[in-house]
Ligand binder design. Structure first.
Ligand code: ATP
Length: 824
């Protein structure tokens, strides 16, 4: 028989638990000794790599590089594992004992000391339950501080097989849930629950869709899945990369420590606001603008916008050939522009060459309409006659007709050569090249978006796709060079980027022909848009890089130095319920061949048209290229640019690990109003602390918020979130929409935060997405609920952020009842 004991004194001194801890400590010490040896081996390998480089041959440099690179990664992983190396033990019915830890540790003879948590042999640690013990009798979780085991927690899964086994525990798992929050998410590798483990180890192909209420560990699970995928399929996912997408930058800052703490530094973490190079979102649009900007019709609007002439484009082209002035007016130019766009979808910038050819065609045609070569000869003849008269008056010989012909003068009946000469002469003219550069400029996405700050231009681009009333506020949000970019704007920039095609890039291997190429103006080939660098660069002159330099370089690539849009092998999307169709299109471009992990809670969605977002998500996950017409090409499978629809595995997480049962009850009441049919998750931890709801006059809300925070500072040790309504005027639209009094401006928030310690964050309801705090103060739920059609869902997000204490401040007594009493 076994019995569960908590701190019971043993006959040999100390408690039974202390003795068990001492036993485990001895084992853990052995694991650390071996870890030390493994680190020494890795360091020796790094030194050996450098030693080989002294041999000096090229192949040894390459070998050294690979060796140093691998050894550096290994050393890094070993360092990370140092904290809490061993966290689990399984006692199996077969008498086998397995220890589970952050990485695998083996003796020099390859016998296992610790199993990596991601290895198949560790699966039982997370999956075994009393109903399905999978051969496990006792599961033990070890809690360590550094190298020291400080606590134990046992689960007896098969009491019948536990003869003589000691079982200790005092709810350490629940205690771990109640721990103080320090402002950054931590890994949960020691306490992953079965339903979470099933998601983490789900098949690597296709799509994994995870749903769950707030606090069910969706984010934690998604991040652990990344570590799992990179461990089990390093070759596949490590080389092409894994992208993790979160809703905003606060959120990515909050989760950025989890993967490194699991030994994974190779995944790319981005928010929706900084996925596009050189563009960073700093504001959220209000509901109306977000709906307009995020809707898929915006794709058609932008397609028309890039097809329109750029601001300042000249309206007339005028060249002179053989004395004949040839002109193209705006109408003709517009038709040429439309034709070039029709023929060069998806690569507007690269189409300048085609534009030049079409202009030359049109000029030649116009030249012929004006009488063609005959007129030119007549004009030339008249000009020569005039010159000859002047020359004769000075007693000089007439102009040499033959010499002029030798330079390419016009002759009867030579067809194509005439055209070739026409083209050559026109191209040489500065008026032509200057026109081309101004009329078909190489455009940048931000320039195009800013150009839509002009309501007339936006109206042209909108066609019938936008209501007239929507044009003014949209244009206002983009007008002016300094206008802040919103999260939705970033997806629009990506769309424009896809329409424009790649910007000019230096072609390194080509030498410049600036002297003899009339289309090279100021170092740029104006036909292709390519910069023509005068390069003397030779591949063999480049030094072989060290592995550290290579690591550094790949990080710089992540930081946005490389301009091309990367594609990933796997994409994780957190808070996916909030993505707009345009944002899905942006992600789809980065994962045309990717498998996906999508994490969402539809009940938290602030997005109004979920069906449209679903369609856009399906298109992105199916690997469809977003259609430039702004509608997904459903039903077209396996065609050019499409990948076969992938298997989708769906999971639901049902336990709330964040909120106390008391706080969960309040958020369940909001959910019941927001979405009556939705089921709240089951909270597992009762704190005995009831949430507080205080009614204060509207004008006192800010002061009451300060007081509530100061009170909480004395009650919790960790983070405090002061969550206020969304400030609509941030995106410059309040005056136009008049949706809300401008109470919670950034300036007002700064005043609220003034003088408060760092562990207090003042943020609006949208920024609070995905975060958690020891204590939260929610200000003006009535305003949050009324701010948008999805206001109640936004409020539901806000009230489910706190782990220990929740204070709500309202000016409306009705809300006190709503939050504190269950509806009959
Ligand atoms: N198995 C677990 N063991 C310990 N802590 C856990 C476990 N699962 C989740 N948690 C903790 O619960 C909290 C909530 O997790 P997480 O933020 O991943 O939830 P979520 O479902 O993404 O919530 P939201 O929808 O609000 O963003 C985190 O502090 C996380 O560390």
């Amino acid at each position: 028989m076994s019995s569960k004991v908590t701190g019971r004194p043993s006959s040999t001194g100390g408690t039974v638990k202390d003795q068990e801890i001492a036993v485990e400590q001895r084992y853990v010490d052995v694991a650390y000794e071996r870890l030390e040896e493994m680190r020494a081996d890795a360091q020796a390998m790094i030194r050996e790599g450098y030693r080989q480089s002294l041999a000096g041959t090229k192949s040894s440099l390459v070998d050294r590089d690979a060796m140093v690179h691998q050894a550096a990664l290994r050393a890094q992983a070993l360092d990370v594992a140092d904290d809490g190396l061993v966290f689990g033990r399984l006692d199996l019915a077969s008498q086998e004992v397995r220890y589970v830890g952050r990485i695998g540790v083996r003796t020099r003879d390859h016998d296992s000391i610790v199993i990596d948590w991601r290895a198949p042999a560790a699966e039982d640690f997370y999956r075994a339950t009393p109903e399905d013990p999978r051969g496990v009798v006792r599961r033990r979780v070890l809690h360590s501080r550094g190298h020291t085991v400080v606590d134990l927690e046992d689960d007896l899964l098969d009491p019948g097989a536990a003869d003589g086994m000691t079982v200790v525990g005092d709810g350490a798992f629940l205690a771990s849930l109640a721990r103080t929050r320090e402002g950054a998410m931590r890994d949960i590798v020691a306490t992953i629950q079965r339903e979470q483990d099933e998601v983490i180890r789900a098949p690597a192909d296709g799509t994994v869709l995870v749903r769950g209420a707030p606090g069910t560990g969706k984010t934690a699970v998604a991040l652990h899945r990344v570590a799992y995928l990179l461990f089990r399929h390093r070759r596949r996912f490590g080389s092409r990369g894994v992208l993790v997408i979160g809703p905003n930058r606060r959120f990515t800052a909050y989760i950025e420590r989890v993967l490194p703490s699991l030994g994974e530094g190779s995944a790319t973490l981005r928010s929706l606001g900084d996925l596009v190079d050189d563009a960073t979102a700093t504001v959220h649009d209000g509901p109306r603008l977000a709906r307009l900007k995020g809707g898929e019709t915006m794709a058609a609007v932008l397609r028309r916008a890039v097809a329109d002439h750029a601001p300042g484009a000249p309206g007339e082209l005028r060249v002179v050939f053989k004395g004949v002035v040839v002109t193209l007016e705006r109408d003709r130019l517009d038709r040429i522009r439309a034709e070039v766009h029709r023929r060069s979808r998806g690569s507007v910038n690269a189409a300048r060459g085609r534009a030049a050819e079409q202009l030359l065609d049109a000029l030649w045609q116009r030249f012929n309409d004006l009488g063609g070569p005959e007129a030119a000869e007549a004009a030339e003849g008249a000009e020569a006659g005039l010159w000859n008269a002047i020359l004769a008056a000075d007693g000089l010989d007439p102009l040499d007709d033959e010499a002029d012909r030798g330079r390419g003068g016009l002759r009867e009946g030579d067809g194509d050569p005439k055209r070739a000469q026409f083209d050559a002469r026109v191209r040489e003219q500065r008026s032509f090249t200057d026109f081309l550069v101004a009329w078909w400029p190489i455009r940048r996405p931000l320039d195009v978006l800013r150009s839509l700050g002009d309501p007339d231009r936006l109206r042209r681009a909108a066609g019938r796709d936008l209501d007239r009333a929507d044009v003014t506020p949209l244009a206002a949000s983009w007008a002016g060079d300094g206008a802040p970019l919103s999260y939705q704007d970033v997806a629009l920039l990506d769309e424009i980027d896809a329409l424009l095609g790649p910007p000019p890039r230096p072609s390194r291997r080509r030498r410049a022909h600036t002297d003899d190429d009339p289309f090279v103006v100021d170092g740029v080939n104006i036909l292709t848009g390519e910069e023509v660098a005068d390069e003397t660069w030779e591949p063999e002159m480049q030094e072989l890089s060290t592995s550290m330099e290579r690591l550094e370089r790949s990080r710089r690539v992540d930081d946005g130095v490389v301009e091309e849009r990367p594609e990933y092998a796997h994409i994780v999307v957190d808070e996916a319920q909030d993505l707009s169709p345009m944002q899905w299109r942006m992600l789809g471009r980065r994962g045309r061949q990717a498998s996906w992990t999508i994490v969402e809670d539809p009940a938290q969605s602030a997005w109004e048209d979920l069906d449209a977002a679903r369609r856009a998500m399906d298109a992105a996950l199916g690997g469809e290229r977003p259609s430039s017409r702004g509608r997904s090409r459903r039903g077209q499978r396996g065609g050019r640019g499409t990948a076969p629809r992938r298997v989708r595995n769906e999971y639901e997480l049902t336990t709330n690990y964040r909120n106390s049962t008391e706080i969960a009850a309040v958020s369940a009441r909001v959910l019941a109003r927001a979405l009556p049919e939705a089921r709240p998750a089951r909270a597992v931890r009762t704190s005995g602390i009831d949430p507080a709801v205080r009614v204060v006059p509207e004008s006192d809300l800010a002061g009451a918020a300060r007081e509530a925070v100061e009170e909480l500072l004395g009650q919790v040790e960790g983070t405090i979130g002061l969550i206020v309504p969304f400030a609509l005027e941030e995106s410059g639209q309040l005056a136009l929409q008049q949706e809300d009094p401008p109470v919670w401006t950034p300036a007002a928030r700064e005043r609220l935060a003034d003088g408060l310690p760092e562990r207090v964050q003042v943020l609006d309801v949208l920024e609070a997405k995905g975060l958690e705090f020891d204590a939260a103060v929610i200000v003006a739920p009535e305003t949050v609920a009324a701010q948008s059609p999805r206001g109640l869902r936004v409020l539901y997000v806000a009230v489910s952020r706190a782990t220990q204490r929740l204070t709500v401040l309202t000016a409306d007594p009705e809300w006190e009842r709503t939050l504190l009493t269950d509806r009959g």
